[in-house]
Design a protein around this ligand. Structure first.
Ligand code: S3P
Length: 168
């Protein structure tokens, strides 16, 4: 079983994924981190600035291809993977794989991200709102399980995910 966490920027995919993996004794993979490592750049902003978004998306695809072989794992994706059907199909490639959508309100996201600087798509409020509107149906489309994260502790969120996975 592979658990794939999807959701908008700031939904908590990395933090929740790390804790969930620890609780379930699964190896954890953070796609954003793997993309940065593969690019040789310092961070995501630098990849967007120097290589462009298309290059970044191609790196995401390469990482998804590599992760295909990690049958038992927990994967935190980047918020944009749902715009690429190929990436989603590579990530969810076994019947037992489960896609978990971490649902978070735009208000919570704005609060969580206001002091962060490594998200090229979070620079302008209007753009963020548009992305949120455009992507929300995509997250729902790919989700096997939807878990809301607003005003919840990490421990409770991971507990809820485990309960829901066990009842699928
Ligand atoms: C992106 C989300 C980011 C990162 C990149 C692009 C997006 O990941 O992959 O900045 O298009 O929504 P997080 O969701 O971890 O912030």
């Amino acid at each position: 079983m592979k658990i794939i966490l999807i959701g908008f920027m700031g939904a908590g995919k990395s933090c929740i994924g790390r804790l969930l993996a620890r609780k379930l004794h699964l190896p954890f993979f953070d796609m954003d981190k793997l993309v940065v490592k593969k690019s040789g750049r310092k961070n995501i902003n630098e990849i967007f600035q120097k290589d462009g978004e298309t290059f970044f998306r191609n790196l995401e695809l390469t990482i998804a291809k590599n992760l295909k072989y990690n049958k038992k794992s927990c994967v935190a994706t980047g918020g944009g993977v749902v715009i690429n059907n190929n990436i989603m199909n590579l990530l969810k490639n076994q019947k037992s794989d489960i896609v978990v959508f971490l649902k978070t309100s735009l208000k919570t996201i704005n609060n969580r991200l206001k002091n962060t600087h490594d998200r090229p798509h979070f620079s302008d409020r209007k753009n963020t709102e548009k992305l949120f509107k455009d992507r929300s149906p995509l997250y729902k489309f790919y989700a096997d399980i939807i878990v809301s994260t607003d005003n919840k502790e990490l421990n409770n969120i991971t507990g809820e995910i485990i309960e829901r996975i066990n009842s699928v």
